[in-house]
Design a protein around this ligand. Structure first.
Ligand SMILES: NC(=O)c1ccc[n+]([C@@H]2O[C@H](COP(=O)([O-])OP(=O)(O)OC[C@H]3O[C@@H](n4cnc5c(N)ncnc54)[C@H](O)[C@@H]3O)[C@@H](O)[C@H]2O)c1
Length: 395
């Protein structure tokens, strides 16, 4: 198996900087590559600053300084020459298929014959990225979570053409990368399907949220009453949560899964109207709530509100269990422990199987009712959930 020593992190924005930082801290020689000097220099300083913080906390190890580590960090704006002596490229350029395919081909055309190209894409097919590069067996996915230095999960994805060797090397590299909170967790993703494991598991809850939001609007129910439904069972209610993540992000994700999984994911009226009017949530000061005065007033409003009895967290858990069972049915993961552990490591939130083992019969009933009530067929429980067959698929 190839010994990985030299890594290019390609595209050093938010994700690439984090990936480069942990790769440097793991001991690899890292070349930062982006489209111009300004971006590369900015990333270099940010990475140096991040490592310095670890040094100040005494986390770099005996006698190791930031400057020792930064001696292994190079900079480049020319991918073709940067990959000459490189063993692996970890790509975090913008989420555009034609650019990912282009940089993958440049890597394979100019790198050594063992070079591996790992993409950090959240939504694109690994198989498609590698299809025309000339060496699709050396292309795989390595999906990190933001912020890379603090989020424990990395999903390593096998494309349809990825070789066992490439997949195993990527797994080993992923395992070697430190994380500054908790322990690194690597989820092997055995099929190249939309959303991989963690994002896929959580995605269909949005179908439910769209239903809840649209129903509340049609019936003049204020948002704080919907959030009051979550009453203490979630760190924040669904309206606050979506304001926080960004309404545009929710719409973007909904459109993506509407194309790739089911038309039922199409964003609801409420969120589409908010995006059209430029109210994208906390970042623009307005979404479901007015954020201009901070969060305290919103919290107080929710606390004082009477629950509407519309949003039920148990439905969300049932939806996630159903999706987790689909992930098993499709052969994306071999066992439910991987799915639960990946969700904890990627979302800081427990997966659905722990509670699902004892509740799948009741939850299958809830999902049938939800499908009848909303007309969204995607909610119908899959065979593996209804039968409880997943209980035997732990590992
Ligand atoms: N931000 C997240 O939370 C997150 C999480 C997981 C995965 N991702 C994925 O990571 C990737 C990067 O996301 P980000 O949030 O870091 O984006 P970003 O916009 O912060 O960074 C992208 C960088 O890529 C550079 N770039 C664009 N074209 C390039 C090219 N041809 N060659 C070299 N560099 C190029 C840009 O100049 C920019 O610096 C995307 O595929 C995204 O889907 C993002």
């Amino acid at each position: 198996m190839a010994d990985i020593k030299n890594i290019v992190t390609l595209g050093v924005g938010i994700m690439g900087q984090g990936i480069a930082q942990v790769a440097l801290m793991a001991g690899y020689n890292v070349t930062l590559v982006d489209v111009n000097d300004e971006l590369v220099n900015k990333a270099y300083s940010a990475i140096e600053g991040g490592i310095k913080k670890s040094e100040e906390k005494g986390k770099l190890g005996e006698g190791i300084t930031t400057s020792d580590i930064m001696k292994r960090c190079k900079k480049s704006t020319d991918l073709a020459s940067a990959v000459k002596d490189i063993d692996m490229v970890i790509e975090a350029v913008i989420e555009k298929m034609e650019i990912k395919k282009q940089v993958c081909k440049i890597t394979m055309d100019n790198g050594p014959s063992h070079i591996i190209f790992a993409s950090n894409t959240s939504t694109m097919s690994i198989t498609e990225i590698g299809k025309d590069c000339g060496a699709p067996e050396r292309v795989c996915g390595m999906h990190f979570f933001n912020p890379v230095v603090l989020m424990a999960c990395i999903e390593v994805i096998k494309g349809d053409s990825t070789s066992e060797e490439t997949f195993n090397i990527a797994m080993d590299v992923a395992k070697s990368l430190p994380v500054l909170r908790g322990r690194r967790y690597i989820a092997p993703v055995l099929k190249d399907r939309p959303g991989f494991i963690v994002n896929r598991l959580n995605a269909p809850v949005q179908i439910y949220l769209n239903y809840v939001f649209d129903y509340a609007k049609e019936n003049n129910i204020p948002w704080e009453r919907i959030d009051a439904d979550a009453g203490g069972k979630m760190p924040m209610g669904p309206c606050q949560l979506i304001d926080f993540t960004g309404i545009d992000t929710m719409v973007h994700i909904g459109n993506y899964y509407a194309e790739t999984l089911s038309p039922n994911f199409k964003p609801g009226k409420v969120v589409q109207e908010m995006v059209e009017s430029g109210n994208l949530g906390a970042k623009t000061g307005k979404g479901f709530y007015d954020w201009s005065q901070g969060r305290d007033g919103i919290k107080a409003k929710v606390k004082a509100a009477e629950p509407a009895g519309i949003f039920d967290l148990e439905n969300s858990l049932a939806i996630m269990l159903n999706e987790g069972c689909r992930i098993l049915e499709e052969g994306i993961a071999t066992g439910f422990k991987i799915i639960d552990d990946a969700n904890m490591a990627g979302m800081n939130s427990p997966g659905p199987f722990g509670a699902g083992k004892n509740n799948y019969e009741k939850w299958s009933g809830l999902l049938e009712e939800l499908a009848d009530k909303t007309g969204k067929e995607y909610f119908r429980p899959c065979a593996l959930m209804k039968s409880g067959g997943f209980v035997k698929m732990r590992k």
